[in-house]
Design a protein around this ligand. Structure first.
Ligand SMILES: [Zn+2]
Length: 309
C-alpha cells in the first residue's frame, strides 16, 4: 500500500503565478489539509487564498481555479485525496463533538446541493466571511451541476456523500451500494476527493443506506442544531432557531439545495455574525473530529500526570 500520497503543486504553475502577480504573499495561505486514504501522516497542502498585489479578483480566481484543477488531476492520477478522519470515527455516527469548554467551535453543514443560485450564494457568503463548511451533496445534483461541486472543493470546503437519489424508503444492499458508491465515484471523478463522510437523507438510520455506509467505514454525520430551513420559515425565525440550538462542538444543519433556499441564503450572514459575536469559530467536520481527539488526549495526559505524582 502506498503510504505517502501527498501532492505537490506543479512548480510551473507556481512560477507562472509569481510572474503574473509580481508579489505573492505566501504567508496568507490558509491551510487546507487533505490526507490520503491510508496514510497516517499528515500531508498538508497549504496553498489557498493567494493574495497578489495588482491583480484583479477575476484574474486571481482564474489562476486559483487553474491551479486547483491541475492539482485535482494530479490527485486523481495518484489515487485520490481524502479527509483525515480519526480511526475511532470511521463507521461511527456523530451528531456533535465533545470538546473542552475553551473550544468554542461549530460546524456549518449544507445538504441537498449542488443547486442553481443558492449553492453559489452560500459559497459567496462563506468566502466573504472566510469560513470553511461541509457540503453533503446528492449524486444526481452533482451530475447536473458539476462546476458547483468543483467550486465547493476549490474554495476549501469539505464535500461529502448524501446518496444519489435522496430516497427515504428501505433499500436492499444492492440499492444502498448504488446510492452511496455511485455518488462517491462521481464526487471523485468531479473533484478528485475520495470522501469518507456520509449523511443519511432525512437522518434515517434504518432503511439500509446508513448500515451500508457504516460497513464501508464512512463517518456518519448527523447534527445537533436543525435549522428546519426546508420548511422555509422567515429568515429571522431561522436565525433564532439556529442560535438557540448552537453549542460548542455542534453541527448545524442547513440546506443549499433541494428547493428554494432563498431564506437560508438571507439568514446565513446573520447566523455567522451572531455566532461570531458569541465567540464561535467555524470548522469543517474533519476539523471538528480532530479537535475532539486532541481534547481527549489532553484530558488523558492530565489524568496520567495526576496519577503519576
Ligand atoms: Zn437531505
Amino acid at each position: 500500500m502506498e503510504n505517502n500520497k501527498s501532492f505537490v503543486w506543479p512548480q510551473g504553475i507556481l512560477f507562472a503565478l509569481m510572474a503574473l502577480g509580481g508579489s505573492v504573499s505566501l504567508g496568507l495561505f490558509v491551510p487546507m489539509t487533505f490526507n490520503s486514504y491510508n496514510a497516517q501522516t499528515k500531508n498538508a497542502i497549504n496553498i489557498k487564498y493567494i493574495e497578489i498585489k495588482g491583480g484583479t479578483q477575476q484574474r486571481l480566481n482564474n489562476i486559483r481555479t487553474a491551479m486547483l484543477s491541475s492539482w485535482q488531476q494530479q490527485a486523481q492520477v495518484k489515487g485520490g485525496i481524502s479527509y483525515s478522519i480519526p480511526a475511532r470515527f470511521q463507521g461511527a455516527t456523530i451528531s456533535e463533538a465533545r470538546l473542552a469548554p475553551k473550544d468554542k467551535v461549530i460546524a456549518l453543514t449544507f445538504d441537498d446541493g449542488p443547486w442553481p443560485n443558492s449553492t453559489a450564494q452560500v459559497l459567496d457568503i462563506l468566502r466573504r466571511n472566510n469560513i470553511k463548511a461541509t457540503f453533503f451533496v446528492i449524486g444526481q445534483n452533482l451530475k447536473n451541476f458539476p462546476n458547483l461541486g468543483k467550486r465547493i472543493v476549490n474554495e476549501g470546503h469539505v464535500i461529502a456523500n448524501h446518496t444519489w437519489h435522496h430516497w427515504y424508503h428501505f433499500m436492499n444492499q444492492q440499492a444502498a451500494a448504488y446510492e452511496i458508491d455511485h455518488t462517491s465515484d462521481l464526487i471523485f471523478q468531479t473533484t478528485g476527493v475520495k470522501t469518507n463522510l456520509f449523511r443519511p437523507p432525512g437522518g434515517i438510520m434504518h432503511n439500509g443506506v446508513a448500515a451500508y455506509a457504516r460497513n464501508k467505514k464512512y463517518a456518519i454525520i448527523m447534527w445537533s442544531a436543525d435549522s428546519v430551513d426546508y420548511r422555509r420559515p422567515s429568515p429571522s425565525v431561522l436565525l433564532n432557531r439556529v442560535l438557540k440550538e448552537s453549542r460548542p462542538g455542534g453541527i448545524v444543519l442547513m440546506h443549499d439545495g433541494g428547493g428554494n433556499r432563498s431564506h437560508t441564503v438571507a439568514a446565513l450572514p446573520q447566523i455567522i455574525s451572531k455566532l461570531r459575536q458569541q465567540g464561535y469559530r467555524f470548522v469543517t467536520i474533519p476539523e471538528l473530529l480532530e479537535l475532539q481527539v486532541k481534547d481527549e488526549k489532553l484530558i488523558a495526559n492530565k489524568k496520567e500526570k495526576v496519577t503519576s505524582h
